[in-house]
Ligand binder design. Structure first.
Ligand code: PLP
Length: 413
């Protein structure tokens, strides 16, 4: 039995587009976006859901994000230009990053971007100078290091003071920023931002982060915008137990509404910016198995991709599930490690998983590769960036072509 993704057979995808191949189930993408949009709502304040484009930034994805009513978080010239290339509405784009260049800030201001999220005082000064020159005002948020550090099941409230991101509330640098803003004709402080981590399952971490903002909110006599970041967890393997998006978003809104009532505070708007939880589980990577090899303690299946299209296992010891996509009904008799073709012993994308016997030419599928796979891919060993295909109810379409060797070499002199 063969795996189908949104009613398209994987053998058909291999034949049409080759492997390795990133495949996205467009129906799942749209469902995730609707879940966020429909459930992250409040009667007490405005809400906005931003897609964190770093997780998967290609034109067709950004078109889909726009068509489904979400806003956008970009963090570099490349991501911003991708958004501009599909006419993403500027009033729905937020520009993040700790070291935005003069070119990035200037383009953002001159194009009329909605909001720039300021990381540090020097950046704010640079922005102010750009605004003066352009005679344009600019809305900003300030990124706060709120001292909550959350990853998977753990979150710690620490003096996590040395993060490269954000400012600490009431630090000297924070006060310098507020002073500059007070005296600026051009900078409009709309509010604050924080992002506490990734793959978070314990949503009380977001509550804890929100609580850290209470003293800060009390310093202002107008309702602010608060962006509480992304990081909502997804299912990579059965070790992961994410909460449903509707439950999480509703709990978050309830918590904030109650807390505001208790503290007699109001907010203009609350934003969240999920990336992984919108695209992660909608993504699959399809590989062809080449050789298999037995060592004294291991059985390897070698695939035609690896750490170049999925760096996360090597970078974060991230875990994935897989199947032999053309042998879905066969007994899983072998304990196998899946290794890529890079000249690097860390190029093992899955260790000790159960799979059926494989032969050369079988198709291997890895699940939940939609986030930080394509966007973190590299040309190590001069591997080509794979193509990207969207599938939707029996129809597949290429949305990003596989890189060619000509393209790979064309910049070199
Ligand atoms: N916002 C910011 C500022 C981030 O740094 C990140 C990820 O690093 C995200 C949003 C998205 O996080 P995730 O993809 O885990 O939802």
């Amino acid at each position: 039995m063969e795996l189908e993704i949104s009613n398209v057979k994987v053998s058909e995808l291999k034949e049409k587009y080759g492997t390795p191949l990133y495949v996205y189930d467009e129906v799942k993408l749209i469902n995730q976006m609707s879940l966020y949009k429909d459930n992250f709502k409040s009667d007490k304040f405005q809400t906005e859901v931003l897609f964190a484009s770093k997780s998967f930034c290609i034109k067709e994805m950004l078109r889909l994000v726009n068509n489904n009513g979400l806003s956008l978080d970009v963090v570099s010239m490349g991501e911003f230009l991708t958004a501009l290339s599909v006419d993403f509405p500027l009033d729905k784009i937020y520009f993040h990053g700790n070291n935005k260049s003069f070119e990035e800030l200037s383009l953002a201001v001159n194009k009329g971007i909605n909001n720039i999220v300021i990381d540090n005082f020097m950046e704010l000064e640079a922005l102010e100078n750009i605004c003066i020159k352009a005679n344009k005002s600019q809305k900003i948020l300030i990124r706060i290091n709120c001292g909550v550090d959350a990853h998977t099941h753990k979150f710690i409230i620490t003096s996590h003071i040395d993060s490269k991101f954000g400012l600490i509330y009431n630090s000297e640098e924070y006060k310098k920023c507020l002073n500059l803003i007070k005296n600026s004709k051009f900078i409009i402080l709309e509010g604050f931002h924080s992002h506490i981590g990734s793959q978070i399952f314990d949503y009380e971490a977001f509550f804890a982060a929100f609580d850290k903002f209470i003293p800060l909110l009390k310093d202002f006599n107008y309702p602010l915008v608060l962006n509480i970041g992304g990081g909502f967890g997804v299912h990579y393997t059965d070790e992961d137990h994410p909460q449903a998006v509707d439950y999480t978003t509703k709990s978050l809104v309830n918590y904030i509404e109650k807390k505001l009532e208790i503290e007699k505070l109001s907010l203009k708007k609350v934003c969240i910016e999920p990336g992984r939880s919108i695209v992660g589980e909608a993504g699959y990577t399809l590989y062809t198995i080449g050789y298999t090899k037995k060592t004294p303690n291991r059985l390897y299946y070698f695939i035609d991709g690896g750490m170049t299209d999925n760096i996360r296992p090597a970078l974060y010891q991230a875990k994935y599930d897989c199947d032999i996509a053309n042998k879905m009904d066969l007994a899983k008799t072998n304990i196998v490690s899946i290794a890529g073709k890079c000249c690097e012993s860390g190029d093992v994308i899955i260790e000790n998983t159960l799979l059926p016997e494989a032969v050369s030419g079988d198709l291997l599928v890895t699940y939940t590769t939609g986030a930080y796979g394509y966007s973190m891919s590299s040309n190590y060993n001069k591997a080509l960036t794979p193509g990207v295909v969207f599938v939707n109810n029996g129809i597949s379409r290429l949305v990003s072509k596989r890189q060619t060797y000509e393209e790979l070499l064309e910049r070199e002199i």
